[in-house]
Design a protein around this ligand. Structure first.
Ligand code: 6GU
Length: 237
């Protein structure tokens, strides 16, 4: 499943530039029975299967040993991807991007033995209020959001700064050539070359768009007096 992430786009470029390394571990390789069993029936009965603790513990221990050769500081986030985790956000991506190493454990929609939660993982993350059939897509979402924040991963250093959610607001509308397409023109101010006016227009567009689409985000962002007045005007209109 991870080939898509690893063979194209920003993530691959970051690997090629040696900004990041990625190792995919199959917990099946850390089983000891003939059938490489990774799940089993739930104690107490009920539908579905539960991921066994031992292949997950042994996988994580092998990864940590390989990274640190059992010396030095070997603390790192060990994150279980699960719908029961805390909701992933740009803020969490930023936090995670500051660690030298991360371990992401892909849960299974039917469950993971609770001892993994209690005695192995340091954090549980969900990517939204819907259910995926496995944690793999969620792990890729987290990995992509984190890796693009590593300095040098994007073409230009400045580009993540204006992203939707980095500022706490949604991004402003973007245009490129041609200046008129099918009679639809690019806003005049963007062609003006007046950088102060452009910055002001963009900020106002961000605020307007956020108020229309995600008003709850405005409570967390900070504004100057002029922006406050704009918000009040927009709310009254
Ligand atoms: Cl992290 N895992 C699964 N299976 N479903 C999810 C999720 C994670 N986040 C949202 N839905």
């Amino acid at each position: 499943m991870f080939q898509g992430l690893l063979t194209g786009g920003i993530f691959k470029r970051a690997i090629d530039r040696k900004l990041v390394e990625s190792n995919i571990c199959n917990i099946r390789d850390y089983t000891h029975d003939k059938h490489h069993t990774v799940d089993d029936y739930p104690y107490g009965g009920g539908a579905g299967m539960v991921l066994k603790p031992d292949p997950i513990f042994e996988s994580v221990e092998a990864i940590i040993a390989a990274i640190f050769h059992n010396q030095g500081d070997n603390s790192m986030p060990i994150i279980l991807l699960t719908p029961q985790g805390r909701l992933f956000s740009q803020q969490i991506a930023l936090e995670l991007s500051k660690h030298s190493h991360l371990i992401l454990i892909c849960g299974h929609y039917e469950g993971v033995d609770e001892r993994v939660r209690e005695h192995l993982v340091t954090d549980e993350i969900s990517i939204g209020d819907y259910v995926l059939s496995g944690g793999e897509l969620a792990a890729m979402v987290v990995a992509d959001a984190v890796v693009r924040l590593i300095p040098g991963a994007l073409g230009s250093e400045a580009s993540p700064i204006d992203d939707s959610h980095t500022t706490g607001l949604l991004e402003y509308p973007q245009y490129t050539r041609p200046p008129a397409y099918r009679g639809w023109t690019v806003p005049e101010v963007l062609l003006s070359g007046n950088h102060a006016q452009i910055a002001k227009w963009r900020r106002q567009q961000s605020i307007t768009r956020t108020l229309q689409r995600r008003p709850e985000l405005l409570d967390k962002a900070s504004f100057n007096l002029e922006e406050r007045q704009l918000i009040d005007r927009l709310k009254q209109a």
